[in-house]
Design a protein around this ligand. Structure first.
Ligand SMILES: Nc1ncnc2c1ncn2[C@@H]1O[C@H](COP(=O)(O)OP(=O)(O)OP(=O)(O)O)[C@@H](O)[C@H]1O
Length: 918
C-alpha cells in the first residue's frame, strides 16, 4: 500500500502542472468574465457532471456504484460538485490503484467534498460569483491535470513557490508515475467533455447579441381548416342548433345534463355530438384539451332513448385514466365498469356483463383487452346479439395515429375490425390533437363513412407560450419563475427521462419548492398517492414524464413547464393543454436545447420496435417541434394551430406568446455565403474522413479557439475561419437552422470509453446536395432587438437555504410501462441508493481535518472545517485515502487561491473580482 506522504510529490507536481499549463486558461476565463467575451472557457457544471460521473467507474463498469456516486453528488448539488467527482475519478485511483472500492471511495470523496463546500460556503466567495466557479473549475482542471501522469519533472516556478504556504510544498518531485489506464482518458478529455460544455463555450455571452433568427419555412401561409374537408369520405354537415333542439332526444338530454351531471348548459359541439350518436351516426369530435369531451359520450350513455341502446364501450389507453373516470361516474351514481387486465376481478366483471339483467351504462376498456381477449369478444358478441351494445367510444383517438404505429400498435390497429364485426354500432372518436393525417388514420382505421365531424378551434387563448434557451441554471430559473410568479400554485414540469424527474424534483425541493416526481416505473401505490396529493393540492408541483397527465382534470394548473423538448407539436399541445382549464391565464414554458432534440433523435434511431417508416414519422415530428422551438419570430399560437391545419391571425395573439411579445423590426438576412461555407467545411471534413462536433464546427467556421483547432488539425481546412465575419451566436444559430432544414444533420455516437456520455457529430444532411448543387439561397429572419425581450420576466427570489436531505429511496423496478414510452437515454439512469451519507461501519470519519491548513490561505477566520468528533476506528486504507484527499484539497485551495491572486494582479477582471469578494 502506498503511503500518504508518497502522494504529495506527484500531487503537487500535478498542481504545478496546472499552474504552468492551465493558468493561461484560467486567466482567459477570468478575463472573459470581465469583458463578456464570447470565448469563455468555463464549462457548465452540469456538463462536467455528466461528463465526469460515468468516468469514475471507467475501470469497473459498475453502474450501481456509479449511481451511488451520483447520489452523493446530487446531494451536494452546488457549484463545486464537479470537482469532488473529478477528485474521486483521479485521486482515488492514484492513491489506491490496486484495491478499488467505489462505494467507500465515493463516500470518502463526498466527505472531502463536504469540506470543500464548507470552505467555499463559509469563505469569502459567494455561491454564484465567477470566482467560485473558477475555483471549482480550477479544481477540476487540477484533477484533469493529474491525469497527465506520467510526465517529466517540472521546474517549480519561483513566483508560485513564493505565494504558496511552505508546508504545502513537497520537497521532492518525482520524475514519473505510471498509471497506464489514465493515458486513454486523456484522449477522451481532449475530444470532448460534454455537449453542454462545448455549447456553453460557443454560446458565450449572448445577452448582448442583437439578433433573433427564424427559419423562413415558418412563414408559410396558414393553411385553412379546409384540409379536413379533403378527407375521404367527407363528413356530413354539422347539425344546426335548431335541428338539434328539434330532436326527439333533446328533452331527455337536457334532463340528464341537469339532473345527472348537474350542469346548466352545453359547451360548443357537445349537444351536436350527443344528438348525433343518439341518432346512430358516427362522430369525430375535435375539441381542445379541457373542452368537455367526456360529456359527449357519458351523457348519451345514460339516456334511455336513442337508435342504439345498452352498454357504451369506451376504449381508453390508460388504466389510471379509466379508473379516474369510473370513480367520477360512480360518484354521480352512474353505473360504470372498467376492464383493463386479465385478472380475476376482470373475470367477475365479464361474468356480470354476460349474465346480469342490468348492464352498466359505460364499460371502459383498453384496446388490447377489447380486441385480443377471446372471452371479451364473446361477451361483446352476446351484447350485440341482444341489442345491448350502444356505441363504441374511442377516447384520445389521436393515439390511433401516434400509438397505433408504435408500441400499442396491436391494440389500436385491431380496432379496424369492430365496424365489420358489429355493423350498425355507431362510433364516437374524440381527440384534442389531430392533424389532418391523424384524422385520416382515424377515419380509415375505424371504417367511418357517413360521419359528423365536430371541430372547433384548438386555440387556448388563456395559455401563454414561451420558449427559453436551456442553460445550465435551468432549475434556478424554474425556482425563480415559481417563487416569483406562482408561489404556492399548482404546476406540472415534464422531463424526458424518468431519472431526470427524480433529479429535478429533488433539486426543486432543495430550493424550497414542494415538488414530487412521477413516472411509469414507480410502484402503482406511489403513483396513486402522488397523483392524489397533487390533485388535492397537498403537493403543488409534479415533475413527471409523459406518463402523468392524460385524463388528469385539474382546473387550476397555473403552469406547465417542459424541461426538455417534447416529442412532437401534438405532444406539446396535449401536455400544455393541462394548464389553465379554469380559463384563467396559465404559462407554458419550454426550455429548448438542441441536445435534447438530438437525444430524442438518437432514441428513435435505436428503437428496435418500430420500422423505418415509423421512425421517419417520428423524426419528422421531431424536426417540426425543433423548428418550432428555433422560430423566434412567428406567433407560437399561429404555428401550433397551423400544425392542426387551423388558420390563426397572429394579431389575435395580442402578445400572449414570447414572439408576439417581442418588439423590434424583423429583417431578413441573406446568409447564403456563410451557409455555403459552413456546409462545404463539413463536406471537406467528411471527405477527409474526419468528424467534428457542433460546437467545434462553429469554432472552426469562425477560426476561434485556434490552438484547439490546430491540435485537432481543423485549421488545415480550406474553409477554416472563413466565417469570422459573423458572431458566435449567429454562427451557432446558422448551424441550428442548417440542421433544422436538414442541410446538415447530427448523429450521436457512443464514446469510445465505456460510460462516457455519447458525442454528437455534425454531418451533411439529406438536403445538402441540393443546397450546394442548386446554389440555393439561405435566408434567416432576424429581429433587431435584444434577445429575450419577449421572455417572461421571472421575478428573482433569493434562493432558500437548502436544509433538506435526500429521503430514503428504494431501487425501483426497471419495468417497461406502456404509458411512459420514453426510456432514459443512458446507463446513468440508475437509482441513487443512499438516503444519507452517514458513514457505515468501515467508512471512516477523519481524525484530524487537514483542511484546516487551507484556512490560513483564506481571509475568513470564522471557517469551521469539520466538527464531527473522531471515531474510534483505526487508521486503515480508507482513512489514508480520506486524508490524502483532504491534503490534496487543502493544497488545491491554497494553490488556486494563489493562482487567482496572481491572476488578479494582471487581469482586467480584478476590479470586478475585488468587488464580488469583498
Ligand atoms: N357543459 C359543461 N359545462 C360546464 N363544465 C363542463 C361542461 N362540460 C364539461 N365540463 C367540465 O370541463 C372539465 C373538462 O372536461 P373533460 O374532462 O371532459 O375535458 P376533455 O375535453 O376530456 O379534456 P382532455 O382532452 O384534457 O381529457 C370537467 O371538469 C367537466 O366537468
Amino acid at each position: 500500500m502506498r503511503k500518504v506522504s508518497n502522494h504529495d510529490p506527484y500531487i503537487l507536481d500535478g498542481l504545478l502542472d496546472l499552474l504552468e499549463d492551465r493558468l493561461g486558461a484560467i486567466t482567459h476565463a477570468i478575463a472573459a468574465f470581465g469583458d463578456n467575451s464570447e470565448d469563455t472557457a468555463l464549462p457548465s457544471t452540469e456538463g462536467l457532471l455528466r461528463a465526469v460521473t460515468p468516468s469514475s467507474c471507467t475501470q469497473s463498469h459498475d453502474f450501481v456504484r456509479d449511481s451511488e456516486i451520483s447520489s452523493l453528488i446530487h446531494e451536494h448539488e452546488s457549484y463545486a460538485s464537479t470537482s469532488a467527482v473529478a477528485f474521486h475519478r483521479t485521486v482515488i485511483p492514484s492513491t489506491r490503484p490496486h484495491a478499488r472500492d467505489f462505494t467507500q471511495d465515493s463516500k470518502i470523496s463526498s466527505l472531502v467534498h463536504k469540506d470543500e463546500t464548507q470552505i467555499f460556503d463559509e469563505g469569502s466567495f459567494e455561491d454564484d460569483t465567477p470566482i467560485s466557479s473558477i475555483v471549482s473549475h480550477g479544481s477540476t482542471l487540477v484533477a484533469d491535470t493529474l491525469n497527465h501522469i506520467p510526465r517529466p519533472e517540472k521546474v517549480v516556478d519561483d513566483s508560485v513557490r513564493a505565494n504558496t504556504a511552505p508546508e504545502l510544498m513537497s520537497p521532492k518531485i518525482p520524475t514519473s508515475y505510471a498509471v497506464p489506464e489514465f493515458n486513454d482518458r486523456q484522449n477522451v478529455r481532449q475530444t470532448i467533455s460534454s455537449d453542454d460544455e462545448l455549447w456553453d463555450r460557443v454560446d458565450g455571452n449572448t445577452e448582448d447579441d442583437s439578433v433573433e433568427v427564424v427559419s423562413p419555412d415558418a412563414h408559410k401561409p396558414a393553411p385553412s381548416f379546409s384540409a379536413v374537408a379533403a378527407l375521404r369520405p367527407s363528413p356530413a354537415e354539422a347539425p344546426s342548433e335548431a335541428s338539434l333542439k328539434a330532436s326527439p332526444h333533446y328533452p331527455e338530454v337536457v334532463e340528464k345534463l341537469r339532473n345527472v351531471f348537474r350542469l346548466k348548459t352545453f359547451r360548443k359541439n357537445q349537444l351536436a355530438a350527443i344528438i348525433s350518436t343518439l341518432n346512430g351516426r358516427d362522430a369525430i369530435v375535435l375539441m381542445p384539451t379541457g373542452g368537455g369531451k367526456s360529456l359527449c359520450y357519458q351523457l348519451p350513455a345514460v339516456c334511455r332513448g336513442g337508435k342504439t341502446s345498452g352498454v357504451t364501450i369506451v376504449v381508453s389507453p390508460l388504466r389510471a385514466l379509466m379508473a379516474d373516470q369510473v370513480e367520477a361516474l360512480r360518484a354521480n351514481r352512474i353505473d360504470a365498469m372498467m376492464l383493463a387486465s386479465l385478472d380475476s376481478q376482470d373475470g367477475d366483471s365479464m361474468h356480470e356483463l354476460r349474465t346480469a339483467a342490468n348492464k352498466p351504462s359505460l364499460l371502459y376498456i383498453t384496446p388490447e383487452k377489447l380486441c385480443n381477449s377471446e372471452f371479451m369478444k364473446g361477451t361483446l358478441k352476446g351484447l350485440y346479439s341482444r341489442h345491448q351494445l350502444a356505441r363504441f367510444v374511442i377516447d384520445e383517438a389521436h393515439l390511433i395515429n401516434s400509438w397505433g404505429r408504435d408500441f400499442r400498435s396491436e391494440g389500436y390497429a385491431a380496432l379496424h375490425g369492430l365496424r365489420t364485426e358489429y355493423p350498425g354500432v355507431p362510433f364516437v372518436a374524440l381527440t384534442a390533437t389531430a392533424t389532418s393525417e391523424a384524422l385520416q388514420d382515424i377515419v380509415t382505421t375505424l371504417g367511418l363513412s357517413d360521419y359528423v365531424l365536430l371541430s372547433q378551434s384548438f386555440n387556448r387563448p388563456n395559455l401563454r407560450y414561451t420558449i427559453i434557451p436551456k442553460k445550465r441554471d435551468v432549475e434556478s430559473n424554474i425556482v425563480d419563475f415559481i417563487q416569483g410568479n406562482y408561489p404556492d400554485q399548482t404546476g406540472i414540469i415534464y422531463c424526458i427521462a424518468r431519472a431526470k424527474t427524480e433529479e429535478v424534483a429533488m433539486k426543486l425541493r432543495m430550493q424550497g419548492i414542494n415538488a414530487r416526481h412521477f413516472h411509469a416505473a414507480m410502484a402503482s401505490d406511489d403513483k396513486r398517492r402522488i397523483q392524489q396529493q397533487w390533485q388535492s393540492g397537498e403537493c403543488k408541483i409534479i415533475v413527471a414524464t409523459v406518463a402523468f397527465g392524460m385524463g388528469v382534470d385539474k382546473a387550476n394548473v397555473r403552469f406547465v413547464i417542459h424541461y426538455d423538448v417534447p416529442s412532437s407539436i401534438d405532444a406539446y399541445c396535449q401536455e400544455t393543454g393541462r394548464a389553465g382549464r379554469d380559463g384563467e391565464v396559465a404559462e407554458c414554458i419550454l426550455y429548448y436545447s438542441y441536445c435534447d432534440t438530438q437525444r430524442r433523435m438518437s432514441q428513435i434511431n435505436k428503437d428496435k420496435d418500430i420500422d423505418e417508416e415509423q421512425k421517419n414519422r417520428k423524426r419528422q415530428a421531431l424536426y417540426t417541434v425543433n423548428a418550432f422551438c428555433l422560430n423566434e419570430i412567428d406567433c407560437r399560437r399561429m404555428l401550433i394551430l397551423n400544425h392542426f391545419t387551423e388558420a390563426f391571425d397572429p394579431a389575435s395573439c395580442k402578445g400572449t406568446c414570447d414572439n408576439c411579445a417581442s418588439t423590434g423590426e424583423v429583417t431578413e438576412l441573406d446568409l447564403t455565403g456563410s451557409a455555403t461555407i459552413f456546409v462545404e467545411m463539413i463536406q471537406e471534413l467528411q471527405n477527409m474522413c474526419m468528424k467534428i462536433t457542433g460546437p467545434l464546427s462553429v469554432h472552426a467556421f469562425r477560426g476561434t479557439s485556434a490552438s484547439d483547432m490546430a491540435r485537432r488539425g481543423f485549421d488545415a481546412m480550406k474553409n477554416y475561419g472563413k466565417g469570422s465575419d459573423i458572431s458566435a451566436d449567429l454562427a451557432k444559430r446558422l448551424l441550428d437552422h442548417l440542421i433544422a432544414r436538414q442541410i446538415l444533420s447530427t448523429e450521436l455516437e457512443e464514446a469510445q470509453v465505456p460510460n462516457r456520455a455519447p458525442i454528437s457529430y455534425v454531418y451533411l444532411g439529406s438536403k445538402a446536395d441540393a443546397f450546394l448543387s442548386e446554389r440555393q439561397s439561405f435566408l434567416l429572419k432576424v429581429r433587431s432587438t435584444k434577445k429575450g425581450v419577449g421572455a417572461p420576466k421571472f421575478k428573482k427570489v433569493a434562493a432558500l437555504a437548502s436544509t433538506s436531505t435526500i429521503s430514503v429511496r428504494r431501487r425501483r423496478p426497471r419495468v417497461e410501462a406502456a404509458d411512459d414510452p420514453v426510456e432514459p437515454f443512458s446507463p446513468r439512469d440508475t437509482e441513487p441508493v443512499f438516503d444519507d451519507i452517514e458513514p457505515e461501519a468501515g467508512i471512516l470519519e477523519p481524525s484530524t481535518p487537514p483542511l484546516l491548513q487551507a484556512r490560513r490561505l483564506r481571509a475568513s477566520p470564522s471557517i469551521q472545517v469539520f466538527e464531527e468528533p473522531p471515531r474510534e476506528w483505526g487508521l486503515d486504507e480508507n482513512q489514508e485515502c480520506y486524508q490524502a484527499l483532504c491534503a490534496l484539497r487543502a493544497q488545491v485551495c491554497g494553490l488556486l487561491t494563489t493562482s487567482l491572486i496572481l491572476t488578479h494582479v494582471s487581469s482586467p477582471w480584478s476590479a470586478h473580482a475585488t468587488r464580488k469578494t469583498s
